[in-house]
Design a protein. Structure first.
Length: 290
């Protein structure tokens, strides 16, 4: 096997029927493409098939993306496939929103600086000034737009202007402690990822980790999901969890929770970028990395 071209990712979904895997793999074989990773899932309840393939063209010839799209488009019509071809090296433009908590932002900026997060971070937006120096240390533009109940629509207009100017393709809420309006949630549906704690059982409101401590919680965790107008109830991408016990005081639960939040958010972003997440009927199919 001799690969001289970039790796590509082909993702597709369609109604369940015989031949769905064959139509994809046979076309790749006939096109001289070597498959390096393949994941598929057939949802029996919804009668929906999902497939993700990483591949590269063998030989010294340059991969003809236009011809590939035209050929596969014709081949897949009989299966009513919805599909997308992505160059694996593509780095989407990202904007991060944050309030005062720095753990998720710091983790993402470190991964970005060390080339472990294949994105192009265009800006950090906050409703506080607290984290400006952190963003500036990484040479990332920082925009502070304070918000109140009376200025919410004006503030979101300022945010949207930055998103438009930066060509943002993925909006990351890295502990942004404000609720987005329904219109903004709709506009950024499937393009915005949020992170929040997921203590078991659930504790809402002020000081959730203190509430958890008072109840003797035994599990702490975090959930990363796509933003929706239902607060913290969007389609789930990844979840993290850790066992705790009676020796964990509130400060220990908070520390553990922050670690899990940062890792869970980073994993969700990675999966989104690598086209491992499929959305259907507001539920996700996620092909995790082995």
């Amino acid at each position: 096997m001799n690969q001289s071209n970039s790796n590509y990712i082909l993702t597709a979904s369609c109604p369940s029927r015989i031949g769905t895997v064959d139509v994809v793999t046979r076309f790749l074989c006939e096109s001289g493409c070597y498959i390096s990773e393949l994941n598929s899932f057939d949802d029996e309840l919804n009668q929906r098939f999902f497939i993700r393939v990483e591949f590269a063209q063998e030989g010294s010839g340059k991969f003809d993306e236009k011809a590939f799209k035209q050929g596969f488009g014709e081949r897949s019509k009989a299966f009513d496939m919805e599909w997308e071809l992505t160059d694996k090296s593509y780095r989407p433009s990202v904007v991060i929103m944050v309030s005062k908590y720095d753990h998720c932002l710091n983790d993402l900026l470190y991964r970005y600086r060390t080339h472990n997060l294949p994105v192009d971070i265009k800006a950090v937006i906050s409703n506080h000034e607290d984290l400006r120096s952190l963003a500036q240390w990484h040479d990332i533009p920082y925009h502070c737009f304070p918000i109140s109940h009376e200025t919410k629509s004006q503030q979101e207009a300022q945010v949207q202007q930055v998103l438009d100017d930066s060509g943002c393709e993925l909006l990351i809420l890295a502990r942004y402690m404000q609720v987005l309006s329904d219109s903004m949630c709709e506009q950024w549906s499937r393009k915005a990822i949020n992170i929040h704690h997921s203590l078991l059982p659930g504790f809402k409101g002020a000081k959730p980790y203190h509430q958890a401590y008072d109840k003797g919680v035994k599990l702490v965790g975090a959930t990363a999901h796509y933003v929706s107008s239902d607060l913290d109830e969007g389609p789930i991408i990844t979840q993290g969890m850790a066992n705790v016990n009676h020796t964990y005081y509130p400060k220990d639960l908070i520390k553990k929770g922050k670690d899990i939040e940062a890792l869970t958010l980073a994993k969700a972003i990675q999966y989104h970028i690598e086209k491992r997440v499929f959305l259907f009927n507001d539920k996700t199919v996620v092909f995790e990395r082995s």
